[in-house]
Design a protein around this ligand. Structure first.
Ligand SMILES: [Zn+2]
Length: 237
């Protein structure tokens, strides 16, 4: 499933310029939800056939997620799209440009992917950013590729194995040790090795103008690299 997904992304990126996908049912529902929010803050919204706002501690420029709410959506077992909203970017001339995912967005993507797949490795997930304009909502999709996605999948599989093993241990102390020694190490690995690597590489990718840009929206280039893909999902009118 994941391989096909990546393949589809690659084809999209390699296609001639101005190939913009149509927004789907999820984009339309989530855009409508974002339009209904009036607090002006960033929100994390999960779509699995219904809209789930999992945001907590939102402040200007930052937002966290409620792990219990996210776990409930994962438990439902339906494909998930992780959305969040972005304010528009402005260049030095004050011209508005679309919200390319930041390095932190990619790091969050690595973590959400791990959290999802350690519970359900077969669950298809994807990640999108919505920028609400006055009349339109621009939806950008972004995805991990190559070794980071493989490492995330492997870490998630390892964590799932340890959770199962731990469930068979009767002694509480042993259970605690198993948790600390095994699952904790895997999570640490995901956070330090994968998340940090993703953060560092994406900082390079998203921080520099793309030479081999495949898409151009207005004045702003959407890049792809061997590690990451970014493309326009569509515009909700
Ligand atoms: Zn973001």
């Amino acid at each position: 499933m994941r391989i096909f997904h990546i393949l589809a992304i690659c084809l999209c990126i390699l296609a001639p310029a101005r190939v913009v996908a149509e927004p789907d049912e999820a984009d339309r529902a989530v855009a409508a939800y974002y339009r209904s929010i009036t607090d002006g803050l960033e929100h994390i919204v999960l779509w699995n056939g219904a809209v789930h706002d999992v945001s907590v501690n939102a402040m200007w420029g930052s937002v966290e997620f409620d792990p219990e709410k996210v776990a409930m959506v994962i438990d439902a077992g339906k494909p998930i799209i992780y959305y969040h909203s972005h304010p528009a970017g402005f260049d030095e001339d004050g011209i508005r440009y679309p919200p390319t995912p930041s390095n932190l967005d990619f790091a969050a993507l690595a973590w959400f992917s791990y959290l999802t797949w350690k519970e359900n490795p077969a669950l298809p997930i994807s990640h999108r950013i919505v920028m609400i304009e006055e009349h339109d909502a621009l939806v950008i999709s972004y995805a991990l590729a190559s070794s980071d996605i493989t490492r995330t999948l492997n870490n998630a599989a390892l964590a799932a194995t340890y959770t199962k093993e731990r469930a068979t241990i009767q002694d509480n102390q042993e259970k605690f040790e198993a948790n600390f020694m095994k699952e904790y190490e895997v999570e640490k690995n995901q956070k330090i090795a994968v998340k940090l690597h993703v953060l560092k590489t994406s900082m390079r990718v998203t921080g520099t103008p793309c030479v081999s840009s495949s898409e151009k929206i207005s004045i702003y280039f959407i890049c792809s690299s061997t590690d990451f893909n970014i493309w326009i999902q569509g515009v909700v009118k």
